[in-house]
Design a protein around this ligand. Structure first.
Ligand code: ZN
Length: 290
């Protein structure tokens, strides 16, 4: 899916730690710090703006140009960071970047079951990623018989009946076999319910910055995507200026994105980074499947 104007690259992500991408709001519902969700499906997602912000920051680290980590940048034509992500000058004269990063969407969500850990997905979640043709009844589930030959499987608190003994998970590019073999298919409606009732919810204390001690009465709860959640997102490169300043790290704006994304495996994205949150592993998905 590339021509002279646009290059499209899809990435698969796996969380190595819990991932908290906050809404910026407080005390919404049962947790103090909730995560961002898709309005239509209520599934958690990672907004493209959050990805872009983190990836720009890490790319700037790679180039040792921390002044270009923010949206203003240096604005110079020869700067790979500003060329890629754009430059917003107060005085005018800014310019748009050469890449668009789209929201990361949920593909496989880990849940505990009596048969061990399983990864839940749904027909729509798979189809959005490019794996078509899956279906399942609203109140049932499909799983490979290697997981369990029982007629029922619990997903957290929910007990579901097996719809077909002849089902095996469709191949999902880059997903490790030990995950692939433990995929459970549920309906789109149940998927959202299962995900939302199996998010990590933790309680923590606020630290008073002046005393370094726990602030009194400052317990708060926050939710997060658990470790080993799989998401995917698209990057579209539109190199409309045709003048990318090539260098040792990157031959194109898309390479700059990849250089930043590589550091997210060590430094993490989203909030609670100081609590060991947010590291993500990534794979490039080739276009045969997308
Ligand atoms: Zn710059």
């Amino acid at each position: 899916m590339s021509n002279s104007l646009y290059v499209h690259q899809r990435f698969l992500l796996m969380t190595l730690d819990p991932l908290h991408i906050g809404t910026g709001g407080y005390r919404l519902g049962r947790v103090d710090l909730s995560i961002v969700r898709e309005p239509g499906t209520n599934l958690p997602k990672v907004p493209g703006t959050s990805l872009s912000g983190a990836i720009r920051q890490y790319a700037a680290m790679r180039y040792e140009k921390m002044g270009c980590a923010g949206q203003k940048g240096c604005g110079q034509a020869a700067c790979p960071i500003c060329y890629t992500f754009g430059s917003a000058k107060d005085s005018g004269g800014g310019y748009a970047g050469a890449v668009s990063l789209f929201d990361a969407r949920l593909l496989l969500f880990p849940v505990h079951s009596l048969a061990g850990p399983v990864w839940v997905t749904s027909p729509a979640a798979l189809a959005d990623f490019g794996v078509n043709g899956q279906s399942v009844a609203n109140d049932k589930a499909r799983w490979p018989q290697s997981l369990t030959t029982q007629k029922h499987l619990n997903l957290g608190w929910l007990m579901l009946e097996c719809e077909s003994k002849d089902w095996s998970p469709p191949p999902i590019q880059n997903v490790p076999p030990e995950v692939q073999n433990r995929v459970v298919l549920v309906s789109d409606k149940l998927f959202s319910q299962i995900v939302n009732s199996n998010l990590e919810v933790r309680t923590s204390v606020s630290i008073d910055p002046h005393t370094g001690a726990a602030a009194e009465g400052a317990l708060f709860t926050y939710e997060a995507l658990p470790r080993a959640t799989f998401l995917w997102f698209d990057v579209v490169e539109d190199d409309y200026r045709k003048g990318f300043p090539k260098n040792d790290i990157a031959q194109s704006p898309l390479d700059v994105v990849k250089s930043g994304l590589a550091l997210a495996e060590y430094l993490g994205i989203g909030g609670m980074g100081t609590r060991g949150f947010g590291r993500v592993k990534h794979w490039e998905v080739n276009h045969a499947q997308s």
